[in-house]
Design a protein around this ligand. Structure first.
Ligand code: SF4
Ligand code: SF4
Length: 335
């Protein structure tokens, strides 16, 4: 697990992600020098010129730790996850997409065919009269060309390989990254399977928490552009849909401090199985009405329910994806 100089080997890899998690590593600023000083970076293709063959050449378990960000969408990502799992002592799901499916996981509202049809045929900017689509295999005079297979469903990292730890956030906050790397280097890790962040709701560390009423009741929900926000009062108390009560703390509440309601990127605490269901029930419990139509009217003010409650966690949820339409016996189509 260590190179000749005694430094543990570490790898970083990205799958279906936006690159923000890689930025978070760079955001370590001068702390990154301490990391680089303490470890031997054996694979980090987004920043340094490593090849897959470099990983394949390592002995199994040679990497002390590997941090994978991004969800799993293609056959190449799945192969790399298996390869890095085999080569790593500790595998960390880094960021919301690897942890819970993340924003790319919202693609589970559609199936593979619908996505390819939109991208290569019906999108307004597409000019593709022949209906050409990328092929996973093409024979050319120069030889065979291959592309990864695009799967039907986005998966989390732990729906693909065994994961040892989770670093939550979109992207993970710098403080949590530093704590996690230090814990790994010092061998002070919590039980396997832990999320490396405090197991309390964000409200407990929010600078506005003293203004959150003991019993909160709302008649209407408002969106940030509709409100002149008080910079100190609890956002939920101002009628803004802040998901802090359902979300794990550890980020230091940067969004809430900047007048931006929490959107839930750190996911749930350990006591919650399904983040979206928890967030929905937290909201339902503060609607000030017993009248069904009035409650429905308040809930209808949530502009994009799936994108709000499952923004970061649809693949990890009990739902996982939208049900496929299928033809029942005897004809017809149901969903
Ligand atoms: S609901 Fe939001 S603004 Fe209010 S205390 Fe919790 S995290 Fe802070
Ligand atoms: S306040 Fe919410 S959305 Fe912002 S970083 Fe923290 S958990 Fe993520």
């Amino acid at each position: 697990m260590a190179d000749p100089a005694g430094k543990p080997k570490v790898a970083f890899y990205w799958c279906a992600s936006c690159g923000g998690c890689e930025e978070a590593v760079v955001d370590l600023a001068e702390d990154i020098l301490k990391v680089v000083d303490a470890v031997d970076i054996a694979f980090w293709p987004v920043a340094l010129d490593f090849k897959r063959a470099d990983v394949e050449a390592l002995e199994d378990g040679a990497l002390a730790a590997c941090f994978i960000n991004g969800a799993i969408r293609t056959s190449e990502q799945e192969e790399m996850a298996h390869l890095l799992r085999r080569k790593s002592g500790v595998l960390v799901a880094f960021g919301s997409c690897a942890h819970l499916g993340g924003i790319p996981g919202l693609a589970n509202l559609f199936d593979r065919e619908a996505i390819l049809d939109r991208v290569y045929r019906t999108a307004p900017t597409v000019d593709n009269d022949d209906g050409t689509r990328p092929q996973v295999r093409a024979e050319t005079p120069e030889g065979r060309l291959t592309l990864p297979e695009f799967s039907d469903t986005v998966r989390t990292l732990d729906q693909t390989v065994e994961v040892d730890y989770y670093l939550p956030g979109c992207p993970p906050p710098v403080g949590l990254i530093v704590d996690a790397v230090t814990a790994i280097l010092e061998g002070r890790l919590p039980p396997r399977g832990s999320v490396l962040a405090p197991d309390v709701a964000l409200c407990s560390e929010c600078p506005r928490k003293t203004t959150k009423p003991e019993r909160l009741l709302l008649k209407e929900l408002r969106r940030p552009h509709e409100v002149l926000m008080d910079p100190e009062t609890c956002l939920l108390a101002q009628g803004l849909l802040c998901l802090g009560p359902a979300t794990r703390g550890g980020c230091g509440a940067p969004c809430v401090s900047a007048n931006m309601p929490c959107t839930g990127c750190l996911g749930p605490t350990s006591r919650v199985r399904d983040y979206g269901a928890k967030a929905l029930s937290a909201l339902a419990s503060v609607v000030d009405s017993n009248d069904e139509a009035e409650i429905a009217a308040v809930m209808a003010q949530v502009a994009d329910p799936v994108g709000t409650f499952y923004r970061y966690s649809l693949p990890a949820s009990l739902l996982r994806r939208r049900a496929r339409r299928h033809a029942p016996a005897g004809g017809g189509v149901s969903s």
